[in-house]
Design a binder for this molecule. Structure first.
Ligand code: MLT
Ligand code: MN
Ligand code: ZN
Length: 288
């Protein structure tokens, strides 16, 4: 299985259009330590022919254009993109579907996400896509990739706050290449380290997990807004001690623009790397 990390930022990207925080400013000024980051999205394939996206970011057009593996052809309207797996219904993970509206796709998501996704009624005017439940396990690419689903939390998008409670508004995926045995866990929105998540990730070759915030007060000290734990993101300082001692290669992704680990050479990033984890970069390719 080949995994291409198309984007590593939380909603808004880096720099964010309306933000003048230190990292956004350094990024705009071209500081080589603070490279631009597009919004969180991943592409993967078992064979190189058929590709599946994990989430559909609002930056998806630029991400596809920048990724040679996703080039259309040889037919005029032939694309290697076959489907999209959604971890949740947040706008930064679903708006990219509107950019794919000319294509034929299958979208997998949990039941509450399928029912609520704000883009779905809009897309129904353009394409008759298959929207399939991702509630336990299923396969992709004629059985070449096995996909297990782990319900993570009941965090609903703001636009769906009237919708019914459920513990699979946010899920993680574990995708295993049947031929190589390599496996990827994808969990960009971890409200906490849920019971059973250790077992779900055990033995995975690689895991891309929630690195939105480094510390619990980062957002409030920078913007005056609420503690990010109520935003459903476990800070890195709390997840990092839970990763050590495992054979899995851990990457943090979905970095908010306030997160000091987005800057190369920061003390916070050095500590993450010293603990054996890595910060995912846009364009990272991983073979599993
Ligand atoms: C999140 O990651 O918490 C969401 O993307 C927040 C949002 O889009 O408002
Ligand atoms: Mn987000
Ligand atoms: Zn910023």
């Amino acid at each position: 299985m080949r995994v291409v990390v198309l984007g590593t930022a939380a909603g808004g990207g880096l720099p964010q259009w309306n933000c003048a925080c230190e990292l956004c400013e350094r990024c705009r000024e071209g500081d080589p330590a603070v490279l631009p980051r597009l919004q969180d999205c991943v592409a993967l394939t078992a064979t190189g022919r058929d590709w599946y996206l994990l989430n559909a970011s609002p930056d998806l057009r630029a991400q596809i254009v920048a990724t040679p593996e996703l080039t259309p052809g040889p037919g005029r309207r032939e694309t290697p993109v076959r489907g999209v797996l959604l971890t949740d219904a947040e706008l930064d993970h679903t708006l990219g579907l509107t950019l794919l509206r000319e294509g034929e796709l299958t979208v997998w998501a949990s039941e509450p996400v399928l029912a609520a996704a704000a883009v779905r009624p809009i897309l129904s005017y353009y394409q008759d896509w298959s929207w399939l439940p991702a509630d336990s396990a299923f396969t992709l690419d004629d059985g070449r990739l096995e996909c297990a689903v782990f319900p993570l939390s009941g965090k609903r998008p703001r636009y769906a706050r009237e919708a019914a409670e459920s513990n699979d508004w946010v899920v993680a995926y574990r995708i295993t290449d049947v031929a190589t045995g390599g496996s990827l866990v994808y969990a960009p929105c971890l409200a906490g380290w849920a019971p059973g998540f250790d077992e779900f990730t055990a033995g995975a070759s690689c895991a891309l997990i929630d690195g939105t915030f480094h510390a619990a007060d980062e957002m409030s000290s920078s913007t005056g807004r609420a503690d990010q734990r109520v935003m459903g993101h476990l800070p890195i300082v709390e997840s990092l001690p839970l990763l050590t001692g495992s054979s899995t290669k851990w990457f943090y992704t979905h970095l908010n623009n306030t997160n000091p680990v987005a800057a190369r050479g920061s003390a916070e990033r050095d500590r993450v790397e010293a603990a054996g984890a890595a910060i995912a970069e846009d364009g990272t390719r991983i073979d599993l």
